[in-house]
Design a protein. Sequence first.
Length: 460
Amino acid sequence: MENDTLEIVNESKISGILDGTKDPSFEEVKRVLKKAREKKGLSVEEVGVLVNMKGEENMKELFRVASLIKNEIYGERLVFFAPLYASDYCVNDCEYCNFHASNKNAKRSRLSMEEVRAQTEILINMGHKRVLLEFGEDPVQADIDYVVSVIDAIYSVKTPKGNIRRINVNIAATTTEDYRKLKAAHIGTYQLFQETYHRETYRKLHKGPKADYDRQITAQDRALEAGIDDRGLGVLFGLYDWRFEILSLISHAEYLEKSGGVGPHTISVPRLCEAPTVNYRPEYPISDDDFLKAIAIIRLAVPYTGMIISTRETAELRRKAFKIGISQTSAASVTTTGGYGKKSAMSQFESHDKRNVEEVIEDAVEQNLLPSFCTACYRMGRTGENFMGIAKPGEIHEFCRPNGIITFAEYLEDFAPRELKDKGYRLINHFLGLIDDERLKKKTAEHLELVKKGKRDLFF
Ligand code: SAM
Ligand code: SF4
């Protein structure tokens, strides 16, 4: 199989590019950064130049260009979601994860449908509208029919404070047939992280069905075959050299676009965290500076791919990351099965941002970012190629700002204390004024009034 996956990521080619772009000249870096400004993305070779560049001037320019692109394409909005762990049974033995099979003393659990609905209600009452559903891999405890039942149970919960409107799913690599069931259950994005694109490191760190590198790297092809066209990639930073991982990620993104006509919908940037029962220590720890550099480079290389950061990172680092490329963030996450609303010892890993949703939102508002709970695109059929067709010419912005405004107003009405509500509406009025299209501005203002009167779930 190895030969078949070379088209996705060719390790020796990537190592060759990393060697060939060592110590790039100031002119070379300038050329690549100038090209990035065109917002047409970068080749793997050009990404090689950026990961290898050094010097304060270059870094400043990289961050400047990354934040320009972030602003032009995503504007001020920051989309919020929360993970929900449904089952921590796992047949794999990933060195880095507390759910690994070698954690024999673990008291494992999976949620009953009643518990799923109770967890969903808690998330809704925190203000969330989007969930990222997480499972360990276990063909008995968490087979695809269980996964689908969990999805159905979440969507079925309707409360006076709203409902979950989009469920993204992170399950282990599986068959086209299983992905068809996910598609039929109306998932949003299917996310799967390669963890590391370095085959030898991948082999060393995994045991069980996930140890099959080829099964993992070809999973997104099967997902597309099943009709899932919003696909999310990622690597777990710390397992191998981040430079190699970034080039590989971009190579995988190029491959998805070439083979399926649509690139990744999102790229996540998880970084290894401490975890109970995990003795593995990152062999290639990535410093905060390099991590931010990696985020900025991804922003330049695939400008139309949403980028996701989680509460694995500190508030301080997240603030910086929002400026240079991140468009989606989790808040107030719990990484234990059924862990919302109660204490539990069985967390997958330690989070580093433990603030509640309100605190994260307040902080975003302070930075002039517009918290968005928008889920309009996939509900309007704007997925995959359709989505990219409007995202690339910049038209998506037209919908995102009004939808961000309306969903943030819902949050302010339903959850925010007085002071945050005042600050939030000041921000909303500012961004409402920036909507160019007069007709759309008027319609958004009308929707806002309806939200204030209690109407919900309006979108463009
Ligand atoms: N079990 C599935 C899988 O492995 O693909 C589903 C997702 S797992 C719950 C989500 C992700 O958490 C993994 O893909 C991995 O990248 C990440 N993860 C595992 N252990 C971690 C740790 N110690 N620190 C940070 N992220 C971790
Ligand atoms: Fe299981 Fe996923 Fe954890 Fe690996 S990362 S042990 S597959 S839950």
